[in-house]
Design a protein around this ligand. Structure first.
Ligand code: SF4
Length: 277
């Protein structure tokens, strides 16, 4: 779930891939379910508006989400899918005005989110100079995925997103290898590793692959994560205080928001320091 905001400019060409809640019909706050837990203060079924969603589709507690027990909302990122579904796929007519559109709108959202997430990664890869040999293929992938996002609701619901993800992931893996090859010496490979609560304080993880690694609650204080591949790594509750993430690739704002850190944590240029650090 988003903290309701207007999309900031990061100068990377990914502005359309950041949540612009002012142009979204609160889709994630309706379409997605959540369960009462440490992340959410109440239960909510899929398709049911959250009790905190206002009539103007803004969150009534967006500045107090953490203190109100809705931490889970602060670590969700739609990558701009919400405004694309609202304004492009459904042409700016919201689900209150046209209740018959509610169900398809909510079904399209998770598909669009995955497409926008792919666009985010591909756009980042196109900014990485060492990945130049892959850039022609990445540009083709960008055009293909962007075209798919502009299809109608029926075509989006029919998409084989898993196959598309596999195609794009092959390019992202080649990108990762080329970028990390710039780091001299042997690089650690923790791809998909279970590192829950791992003690990695001060670890030398420069250029490492942490793709899909489960780092929930890991101690990464002062770890060297420069140019590490962090795509899909689960950083919930991981402590990044004093860690150096300069040049790390495929890290998202939602991953950072889910982690702990401090003023000494060094971040990649496109990301911002979470307010709770
Ligand atoms: S508290 Fe409800 S309205 Fe606010 S961001 Fe979370 S889901 Fe949306």
């Amino acid at each position: 779930m988003p903290q309701k905001h207007a999309a900031p400019s990061d100068g990377s060409g990914r502005n359309d891939l950041q949540a612009d809640c002012a142009n979204c019909f609160g889709l994630c706050c309706v379409a997605l379910p959540f369960a009462r837990s440490a992340d959410f203060a109440a239960d909510k079924d899929a398709g049911k508006p959250c009790a905190n969603l206002q009539l103007d589709f803004r969150c009534g507690i967006h500045t107090r989400l953490r203190e109100k027990g809705y931490q889970g909302c602060t670590v969700f990122d739609c990558f701009g899918a919400g405004q694309k579904v609202s304004q492009v796929t459904f042409g700016g007519t919201d689900w209150r005005q046209a209740p018959e559109s509610a169900r398809p709108m909510f079904e399209v959202l998770p598909v669009m989110r995955q497409l926008h997430e792919l666009l985010w990664y591909v756009t980042e890869a196109l900014d990485l100079a060492p990945a130049r040999p892959v850039h022609p293929d990445l540009r083709r992938a960008l055009k293909r995925v962007d075209g798919l996002t502009r299809g109608d609701a029926a075509s989006l619901m029919d998409l084989d997103v898993a196959a598309l993800r596999d195609d794009v992931n092959a390019l992202l893996l080649r990108t990762s290898d080329l970028v990390r090859a710039e780091v001299p010496g042997r690089k650690k490979n923790h791809r998909g590793a279970q590192l829950i609560g791992a003690r990695l304080s001060g670890a030398r993880l420069r250029g490492a692959s942490l793709r899909g690694a489960c780092l929930i609650g890991a101690d990464l204080k002062k770890a060297d994560l420069r140019m590490a591949d962090l795509i899909g790594a689960d950083l919930r509750g991981a402590d990044l205080s004093g860690a150096d993430l300069t040049g790390s690739i495929f890290l998202t704002q939602a991953q950072l928001n889910a982690a702990k850190g401090d003023s000494a944590t060094k971040l990649p240029a496109a990301l911002t320091r979470p307010a709770h650090w």
